[in-house]
Design a protein around this ligand. Structure first.
Ligand code: NOJ
Ligand code: NOJ
Length: 596
C-alpha cells in the first residue's frame, strides 16, 4: 500500500509518495516538519477497476460512433448512437444530450492530450450536428424551435414519432462541447476556423438558449414538462462561455444579450432551492419529491475548478451541493433491495429518482458514477484551497464522516481536515466499488443494474454510461477541464429568490482561553441568536487559538455581532463597540477577527 503525503507549498497542495507503512508514522513526520498534509491510502479495488474499465469504456464509446464504430452500423459519420439496443428499449437513435455529453468527454480528452487520434471524430461530430440543426422536425425548423428536438434518426433525418419535446438542454450542452473545442483551437493558432466555421453553428444554439430558456421544457429524463434545474444550469454555463468566446473572436454584438440572460438564469437557478431538508428540487412540475440525479449531474457538468466552493453556481464542494448530494443519495437507501444492510453513511446504488419505474426503475451506472465524480471534484478544490468549510447547510453531509464536527473552516493542517477528506475519498470510492461490483466480467456498461440483484438491465452498451465512467476516472485522478468563468459570479441585485436571501459567512477569531472556557458567537439577527447568549453559537477550537464557525446570514444586510466567553455559565463580553459588517448579495465571506 502506498501512502501519499499532500502538503502545502508555495500556495499549492503538493503530493509526495512515501513507503511508510503506517499512518501513525506519517502523522508524526508531518507534524515534525510542520507540513500541511493529508494522506489517503489508494483503494486497490477501485484502482484495479479503473485500470481494466478505462480502455473498455473508451472502446465502448468509440464503438457507438458512426460511420465506422463496431456497434453503430448505419450511423452517419460523427453520429453517436445512444445504445446499440434496438428493442426494449429501442435506443438506435441519436440524442442531442447524450451525443453532446459524450463528445464533451472526448473533446476534454483531446484537449488534455490523452488521445490525439480523436480529432477526426470531433470534426465529424461537428458536421453531423450542424446538419441536424438544419433538419426540419416536429419541434420546428432551425429558426422556429427545431433546435429543441431531442433525438434524430442515425442517418440524420427527423424522428417523427410522439416524444417528450422540446428538450432545451440539448443546444446548451452541444454549444458547450463545441466551445471547449473552439477554445482549444484558438490557443493552438486556429482562430480563423473557429470564426468562419464553428461560430455560426455555436451561435444558432446559443441564440436559441438566450431566447427560450424561460419557456417550459421536458427534463433530461424526457418525462416532466416544466422548468428543470439541470437544463437551467447548463443553459447558464453555455451563455457565459458563449459570451466569453464571442468577445475573444470579436463577435461583440451578441455579448450583452447573452450576459443579460445568463444573469437572469443565474437568478432563476437559486429559486429551485428547498431549504428543508436542503436540496435542489429537480423540476418545478411533475409532482415528485424532487430528489433527482438531475441536480448531481448539474453540479458535475458546471464544475469550474476556479470557482472554489461557490454555492450560487452549485459547485461540487458548495454547501448547497453537498447537502443536496446527501438528500439525493439517502433517498435510495431504503428502496433498492441491493442496498439492504448497508450502514447509513456508506455508499449505495443510486438511480435517476426514487419514484422512477422506467425499465424497472433501477439504479443507473451513470448516476452512481456522478455521485463519485461530485465528491472527487470537491476533493480537488479543497486540496487547491488548502482548507474546507463546514456551514450549517453542509453540516448534515459532513456529520456523516465525523459525528462531532462543528461548522467552521478547517485548514489542511488540522486533523479534522485529514479525517474528513480521507473519509470522503473512501465514501466516493464506495460508489465506484458499487458500480464495479455490478459490472459484468466483460466490463460492458448497460443503462441500469437491477435493484433486486444488480444484474445489468435495460439498454446495453449505453454510450453515456461509458462516457460517465471516463469523466469520473479523470476527476479521481485530479484532472480538471478548463475554467468556464464561474468564478466570482454574483446574483443580480434585482433578483429575489429564497436561496439568494442568505449567504455563508465564516467567523474566525483569535482568542486565547484557559481550560473550561469556550468562545461563542452572538449578534443582531436570528441566525446569530438575536443577542441571546443562552442560544449563542459555540465555535470550534480545532485551529486553536483561532476559534471558528460558519453561519448562513441574510444577504445584503447590516449585521452586528460579538464574541463572548462562556465559562460554566458565566458570560464575558468582548469590549465595545459591536463588530459590524454588511453581508454581500452572494458569495462566501470570511471574517478574521482578534478578541477584544
Ligand atoms: C423513454 C425515455 O427515454 C425515458 O427517459 C422515459 O423514462 C420513458 N420514455 C418513459 O417516459
Ligand atoms: C433515457 C434517458 O432518460 C435520457 O436521458 C436519454 O437521453 C435517453 N434514454 C437515451 O440514452
Amino acid at each position: 500500500m502506498a501512502l501519499y503525503i499532500q502538503y502545502w507549498q508555495n500556495g499549492v497542495c503538493s503530493f509526495l509518495q512515501t513507503n511508510f507503512p503506517q499512518v501513525v508514522m506519517w502523522r508524526t513526520l508531518v507534524s515534525a516538519l510542520g507540513l500541511c498534509a493529508s494522506a489517503f491510502a489508494q483503494s486497490s479495488t477501485v484502482d484495479s477497476y479503473i485500470s481494466t474499465e478505462s480502455p473498455i469504456a473508451k472502446a465502448g464509446v468509440l464503438a457507438n460512433i458512426g460511420a465506422n464504430g463496431a456497434k453503430s452500423a448505419g450511423a452517419y459519420p460523427g453520429v453517436v448512437v445512444a445504445s446499440p439496443s434496438s428493442t426494449d428499449p429501442d435506443y438506435l437513435y441519436t440524442w442531442v444530450r447524450d451525443s453532446s455529453l459524450v463528445f464533451q468527454t472526448l473533446i476534454d480528452q483531446y484537449a488534455f492530450g490523452q488521445d490525439t487520434t480523436l480529432r477526426s471524430h470531433i470534426d465529424n461530430f461537428i458536421s453531423a450536428e450542424a446538419n441536424m440543426q438544419q433538419v426540419t422536425n416536429p419541434s420546428g425548423t432551425v429558426s422556429t424551435g427545431g433546435l429543441g428536438e431531442p433525438k434524430f434518426n442515425i442517418d440524420e433525418t427527423a424522428f417523427t414519432g410522439a416524444w417528450g419535446r422540446p428538450q432545451r438542454d440539448g443546444p446548451a450542452l452541444r454549444s458547450t462541447a463545441m466551445i471547449t473545442y473552439a477554445n482549444w483551437l484558438i490557443s493552438n493558432n486556429n482562430e480563423s476556423y473557429v470564426t468562419d466555421y464553428l461560430w455560426p453553428i455555436i451561435k444558432l444554439d446559443l441564440d436559441y438558449v438566450m431566447n427560450t430558456w424561460n419557456e417550459t421544457t421536458f427534463d433530461l429524463w424526457e418525462e416532466v414538462e416544466s422548468s428543470s434545474f439541470f437544463t437551467s444550469a447548463v443553459q447558464h454555463r453555455a451563455l457565459r462561455q458563449g459570451s466569453t468566446l464571442a468577445t475573444m473572436i470579436g463577435q461583440t454584438s451578441v455579448v450583452s444579450g447573452y450576459n443579460t440572460q445568463a444573469n437572469n438564469i443565474l437568478c432563476f437557478l437559486q429559486s429551485y432551492w428547498n431549504p428543508s431538508p436542503g436540496f435542489m428540487t429537480a423540476n418545478t412540475g411533475g409532482g415528485r419529491s424532487g430528489r433527482d440525479a438531475n441536480t448531481v449531474l448539474a453540479s458535475i457538468h458546471v464544475f469550474d475548478v476556479e470557482a472554489g466552493c461557490d454555492g450560487v453556481t452549485f459547485q461540487p464542494c458548495s454547501d448547497v451541493a453537498l447537502s443536496n448530494l446527501k438528500v439525493y443519495v439517502d433517498s435510495f437507501r431504503e428502496i433498492y433491495n441491493i442496498n439492504t444492510g448497508i450502514p447509513a453513511h456508506e455508499a449505495v446504488a443510486t438511480g435517476r429518482y426514487p419514484e422512477d419505474v422506467y425499465q424497472g426503475g433501477n439504479p443507473w451506472y451513470l448516476t452512481t458514477f456522478a455521485v463519485a465524480e461530485q465528491l472527487y471534484d470537491a476533493l480537488i478544490v479543497w486540496s487547491n484551497e488548502g482548507s474546507l468549510t463546514v456551514t450549517d447547510v453542509s453540516f448534515p453531509f459532513f456529520q456523516q464522516f465525523d459525528s462531532s464536527i462543528m461548522p467552521g473552516t478547517y485548514s489542511c493542517s488540522t486533523p479534522t481536515y485529514s479525517t474528513l477528506t480521507t473519509a470522503i475519498k473512501k465514501f466516493a470510492d464506495g460508489f465506484v466499488s458499487t458500480a464495479a461490483k455490478y459490472t459484468p466480467s466483460g466490463g460492458g456498461l448497460a443503462e441500469q443494474y437491477s435493484r433486486s440483484n444488480g444484474t445489468p438491465t435495460s439498454a446495453v452498451d449505453l454510450t453515456w454510461s461509458y462516457a460517465s465512467a471516463l469523466t469520473m476516472f479523470n476527476a479521481r485522478a485530479g484532472l480538471t477541464s478548463a475554467s468556464w468563468g464561474a468564478a466570482g459570479l454574483m446574483v443580480s441585485p434585482t433578483c429575489s429568490t429564497s436561496k439568494a436571501a442568505t449567504v455563508p459567512v465564516v467567523f474566525n477569531v483569535n482568542a486565547t482561553t484557559v481550560l473550561g472556557q469556550n468562545i461563542y458567537l452572538t449578534g443582531s439577527v436570528g441566525a446569530l441568536s438575536d443577542w441571546n447568549t443562552a442560544d449563542a453559537i459555540l465555535m470550534s477550537s480545532a485551529d486553536y487559538p483561532v476559534w471558528s464557525t460558519a453561519v448562513d446570514l441574510p444577504a445584503n444586510t447590516q449585521i452586528q455581532y460579538k464574541y463572548i466567553i462562556i465559562d460554566s455559565g458565566d458570560v464575558t463580553w468582548e469590549s465595545d463597540p459591536n463588530n459590524e459588517f454588511t453581508t454581500p448579495r452572494s458569495g462566501i465571506t470570511t471574517l478574521n477577527d482578534v478578541w477584544r
